[in-house]
Design a protein. Sequence first.
Length: 118
Amino acid sequence: MKIPDSFKAIQRQVFQDKTIAHRPKIETTGSLGSVTVKPGAITQTYPVNFQLLSDALVAQEWGLVVAQDAKVTSSDPLPIEVGDYVQYGGKVYKVIGHPVYDSHDELMLQFQQGLEAV
């Protein structure tokens, strides 16, 4: 379906009132060959609609936790890959899904306990 730019502009203006910071994943290999993945430095910020998950069925489908994990939506494509991290509200989330729809882009986020916001 072709979504008009005018619709996306209104969607962006009304709903995208939060800002997330993109932190690409950094992989390091230890001396014994173990690989550690952690968030890198902030490379870009994006205006989005950020929502803590409230739908138990959606949370179950993605293996997430209601009121702890989140999703973000954007009228524009988000150049953030599954496995990367985003930061919002002093918390760090790992991107575990990136479904794309005709009307918007979406990221499914899992809260990362113990990771520090920068």
